[in-house]
Design a protein around this ligand. Structure first.
Ligand code: DX5
Ligand code: ZN
Length: 217
């Protein structure tokens, strides 16, 4: 049986109240907490670093699903492990050393996940699919919440699901960007099992919004 995970993104929450938001999302039925780290270089936006993740950690039992939109993410593996991150998702476009970086994440005791932007083909990550616990397929261009879902990215989700079956691999497939109670069904149908939702979660009462998402799974 497939496990499905709803991962609300704290990016759409109140930046003055990270800990309260984490507590609220856990009570609202979130399975994971999606934490977007942006460096102002890899994407045109800045958020926060491992310090904020570590500050939230004592207040939440949620799985911390950390999405690093930063250049050379391998430089931050130790910091995120020490902050209590459960997984690190790193972009194949952001490092010359994706293989070593993923190994480093696992060696630090976290789940390793590789991310592809909308313009990046699945072939770019095929050599590392034996090394990952998850593949994150971006369904918007990274950097900002509230963008529209790019349906064309779903073909990559189904290709990955097929590749996983053919090679007898065992990674989760997450989608991130533009997930609503409509697009989640399309992503599930293509083969995704983890769903990030930022603006949708916060566009109403999070518990009700999460319930609407779960109803589609
Ligand atoms: C965008 C981030 C997403 C963002 C998604 O670069 O990676 O996680 O929070 O937001 P929505 O769900 O509003 O598209
Ligand atoms: Zn994200």
């Amino acid at each position: 049986m497939t496990d499905y995970y709803i991962a609300p993104s704290i990016l759409s929450g109140n930046f003055g109240k990270f800990t309260e938001e984490a507590i609220r999302l856990e009570a609202a039925g979130a399975d994971w907490l999606h934490i977007d780290i942006m460096d102002g270089h890899f994407v045109d936006n800045l958020t926060f670093g491992a310090g904020v993740v570590g500050a939230m950690r004592p207040y939440s039992k949620l799985f911390f699903d950390c999405h690093l939109m930063v250049e050379n993410p391998e430089n931050y593996v130790t910091a995120f492990a020490e902050a209590g991150a459960d997984s690190m998702s790193i972009h194949v476009e952001a490092t010359s050393h994706i293989h070593g970086a993923l190994q480093k994440i696992r060696a630090a005791g976290m789940k390793a996940s590789v991310v592809i932007n909308p313009g990046t083909p699945v072939s770019a990550i095929e050599p590392v699919l034996t090394l990952v616990d998850m593949v994150l397929v971006m369904t918007v261009n990274p950097g900002f919440g509230g963008q529209s879902f790019l349906t064309e990215c779903l073909e990559k989700v189904s290709d990955l699901a097929m590749f996983r079956k053919l090679r007898n691999l065992n990674f989760d497939i997450e989608v991130d960007g533009g997930i609503t109670d409509e697009t989640i069904a399309l992503a599930k149908q293509a083969g995704a099992n983890a769903f990030v939702a930022g603006s949708f979660t916060f566009s109403g009462e999070p518990a009700e919004q999460i319930r609407k998402l779960k109803a589609q799974l």
